[in-house]
Design a protein around this ligand. Structure first.
Ligand code: UGA
Length: 429
């Protein structure tokens, strides 16, 4: 099918590349001309495993192209996807101005019937507003169906998640656009859940908030584990074997971050408030998340006492593994807290160092993870990169002035670490 995606951020670019990969002809539109030029030249602005090859292959095959011209994108396709940012406002609500702008642009360019699909994460009832806006601004007075099709991909696993989705959610007002959406998604062989538009929009916020709740739940359990001598990983394993619960998203740590969970939680709380419901459960999820970081900082201070003039090594700056994204990263927040206490930092991340530099201008970036701890008083692990499990622990231990490791992601076995002479502090164990 002929598809257009407006917005080449994480969701838009990965969606465009994956749609092209399964044989659709895709035009990706972005109003940033420099970005479009880069993408045409095969330069991918984000690190996402597998994405670069996918983009290059499909551009070469003529199935994927880039333009900054929205009318061209709209007129040459049957279905137009909206994948533009929905950033948070200071009060936690969502800024929908990009969505509104794109709806008007689409309306202005439409000369025949189109299906307009919203992929951005939006508050419930946004689809209705998009449909109203397109109707109002469409000079040609042609028909259009608005569809809500939320995206569930995770950064760092985006291509895999998009190519193998658990489900595809399609929210519609009438049955007319359903066949086209089913045709687009047929190659992905996933169950397609057809709902009304409001339900589809709610599924996205409800899912992200539930996952954040699961993480805060296990983080709260980690506090009980520490107080009672239990081991949170054993508790999570035992809970997770119940199929009704599941083991995923039960990894205790220094809290969740990134550009989705914190923003979507605040937005969902605000949306609920506007509908007249005080979502106290989700406010508690936020509070537990903030406490988890405070508790970890406290643990470091309790052990090292005064941080002023201490040197601390930090492994991990991205908000999670497999990405160079540092937006709302708990690791960056932790570094900033340690710096505020007066510590000097040596930091390493396999992919995120470049993006972290402007946020941590005073930290020393170290290319080799095994050299990060040289001359430091302690080592901290802040992101769950698999690479860190292969750390040369002997070399790192000798390079530290004291063998102290604060493992904020529970990457190592506590008993083994203590046997090897480490003062090892982790989460909930
Ligand atoms: C999240 C959702 O998982 C996706 O389904 C959704 O599409 C996406 O938001 C979005 O709305 O766009 P993402 O933000 O990429 O994806 O990252 P996650 O893998 O969900 O991790 C979020 C945070 O939770 C990270 O900071 C991670 O370290 C933390 N986390 C995750 C834990 O602390 N413990 C866990 O067990 C899992």
């Amino acid at each position: 099918m002929k598809l257009t995606i407006i917005g080449t951020g994480y969701v838009g670019l990965v969606t465009g590349a994956c749609f092209a990969e399964v044989g659709h002809r895709v035009i990706c539109v972005d109003n940033d001309a420099a970005k479009v030029r880069q993408l045409r030249a095969g330069v991918i602005p984000i690190y996402e495993p597998g994405l670069e090859e996918l983009v290059k292959r499909n551009v070469a095959l003529g199935r994927l192209s880039f333009t900054e011209n929205t009318p061209e994108g709209v007129q040459q396709s049957d279905v137009v996807f909206i994948a533009v940012p929905t950033p948070p406002q200071p009060d936690g609500s969502v800024d929908l101005s990009f969505i509104e702008r794109v709806a008007r642009d689409i309306a202005g360019a439409m000369t025949e019937y189109k299906i307009v699909v919203d992929k951005s994460t939006v508050p419930v009832k946004t689809g209705e507003k998009v449909a109203e806006t397109i109707k109002r601004y469409c000079k040609a007075k042609v028909d259009c169906d608005v569809v809500s099709n939320p995206e569930f991909l995770r950064e760092g696993f985006a291509v895999g998640d998009l190519m193998n989705p658990d489900r595809v959610v399609v929210g519609v007002r009438s049955q007319r656009p359903v066949a086209a959406l089913k045709q687009i998604y047929a190659p992905f062989r996933a169950p397609i859940v057809v709902t009304d538009i409001a339900s589809a929009e709610l599924i996205k916020h409800a899912s992200n908030s539930f996952l954040a709740l699961k993480i805060s739940y296990i983080n709260a359990i980690s506090v009980l584990c520490e107080a009672s001598g239990a081991n949170v990983q054993e508790v999570a394993a035992g809970m997770g074997m119940d199929e009704r619960i599941g083991r995923r998203f039960l990894d205790a740590g220094i809290g969740f971050g990134g550009s989705c969970f914190p923003k979507d939680l605040s937005a969902f709380i605000k949306i609920a408030e506007q509908i007249g419901y005080d979502f106290r459960l989700l406010k508690e999820v936020q509070r537990i998340n903030a406490d988890q970081m405070d508790r970890f900082v406290k643990k470091i201070i309790e052990t090292l006492w005064v941080l002023r003039d201490k040197k601390i090594a930090v492994l991990g700056l991205a908000f999670k593994q497999n990405t160079d994204d540092v937006r709302m990263s708990p690791a960056i927040a932790l570094c900033q807290r340690l710096q505020k206490e007066g510590a000097a930092l040596r930091v390493h991340d396999p992919k995120a160092m470049e993006k972290a530099r402007p946020l941590l201008p005073d930290a020393t970036c170290v290319e080799d993870m095994n050299a990060v701890a040289e001359g430091c008083d302690a080592l901290v692990i802040a992101t769950e990169w698999d690479e860190f499990k292969n750390l040369d622990l002997e070399r790192v231990r000798k390079s530290l002035s004291h063998p102290i490791l604060f493992d904020g992601r529970n990457l190592f076995d506590r008993a083994q670490m203590e046997e090897r002479g480490w003062i090892y502090k982790s989460i909930g164990r």
